[in-house]
Design a protein around this ligand. Structure first.
Ligand code: CP
Ligand code: NVA
Length: 351
């Protein structure tokens, strides 16, 4: 039993208290349909990079999401479309979800993943980023990079002929948003036009990627941040130019009636030196169970995790009936498997 099981009530989403429901989520019931190698959809993004959600069109996103839903239903059990292919997972920063799901995802699709920490490869320090790219492309079929600077991903992409996937940068976290929108679609269906998604907290990589998803899906996205912590100005301007419904405010009243309330840490990886200043700036922006009670009747709470409890949220919000954070975490696996299939699916093993 989890050590903290006496301190908090663990809901149906996870843990031994909800073993049955959790097991159903992780290992789906017998699939209504099982793919064979012949019935698989054509890879929709073959050979492309995925550095931003805007690297797919709305129609391509739809294909990836449909595949992710199908994978979650267990319809891909037994097919190994990435057999003989390998992916390098490059980490300049820590990770639980991204590392595990890309690795397990490659395994489940028949491929292989190798994790390279920055202590090993010294991206840009031990070796030029361009040289790392030109080495990796000789051995593996794709690279997932979790990096400090978005620019590093562009440099990798510029010098490698194989797909480069953004596994989080200072600017964006697009693979996370695939899982987030899969979770939202599970709740509200695939037409999300006008659904109110409210992001509260730091205008960081997650906030920027949420704005991108407003462009692609037609959701009505409100970013609630304190003054001085707004999302990237160019990302906002671009969204406005493209006709997306995006609102920027510091009014917490925007949360009322929202279909989705989303938060992320106030102190992202690499910002530890600003911790005290940030904790002060974000006072009042904490997601509480009381806040969740003001959402739309079928509204949900999402958090990409890890959570810094006592800062952007509290354990009681994670355990609230409107919370879907562990379904969301599960969907990292399905959504990224779908993404990897569509990027790498057409590649021939090189050996
Ligand atoms: N949400 C997310 O990216 O989690 P990790 O940092 O654990 O990968
Ligand atoms: N904004 C956070 C997300 C972690 C998944 C960070 O960049 O550290």
């Amino acid at each position: 039993m989890p050590k903290d099981s006496k301190a908090t009530t663990i809901p149906k989403q996870s843990g031994k208290a909800g073993k049955k429901a959790a097991a159903q989520a992780v290992v789906p019931a017998p699939a209504p349909f099982l793919h064979t190698p012949e019935s698989l959809p054509a890879p929709a993004l073959a050979g492309r990079d995925f550095l931003s959600n805007l690297d797919t069109s709305a129609a391509e996103l739809r294909v990836v999401m449909d595949t992710a839903h199908s994978m979650r239903r267990g319809e891909w059990r037994g097919v190994k479309p990435l057999s003989g292919l390998s992916m390098a997972l490059v980490f300049e920063k820590a990770s639980l979800r991204t590392r595990t799901t890309f690795d397990v995802g490659m395994y489940q699709l028949g491929g292989h993943a190798i994790t390279l920490s920055n202590a090993e490869i010294g991206l840009g320090t031990r070796e030029r980023v361009s040289d790392v790219a030109r080495n990796l492309e000789r051995w593996v079929d794709g690279v997932m990079g979790r990096v400090y600077l978005q620019q590093t991903l562009h440099e990798l992409a510029d010098h490698a002929s194989i797909p480069i996937i953004n596994g989080l940068s200072d600017m964006l976290h697009p693979s996370q948003l695939l899982a987030d929108y899969q979770t939202i679609e599970q709740e509200f269906g695939t037409d999300l036009t006008g659904k109110r998604v409210v992001y509260i907290g730091d205008g960081n990589n997650l906030a920027n990627s949420h704005i991108h998803m407003a462009i692609l899906t037609g959701t009505d996205v409100t970013i609630v941040t304190p003054v001085g912590y707004e999302p990237n100005g160019a990302v906002l301007m671009d969204a406005v130019k493209r006709g997306a419904t995006v609102t920027l405010t510091n009014d917490l009243g925007a949360i009322e009636g929202a279909d989705v309330l989303y938060t992320d840490v106030w102190i992202s990886m690499g910002q530890e030196a600003e911790a005290d200043i940030r904790r002060r700036a974000f006072q009042g922006y904490q997601v509480t169970p009381q806040m969740l009670d003001t959402l739309a009747p079928n509204g949900i709470f999402l958090h990409c995790l890890p959570a810094h409890y006592g800062e952007e949220t509290v354990p009681e919000a994670t355990e609230h009936p409107k919370s879907r954070v562990f379904d969301q975490a599960e969907n990292r696996l399905h959504a990224q498997k779908a993404l990897m299939y569509h990027l790498l699916g057409g590649a021939k093993p090189r050996w």
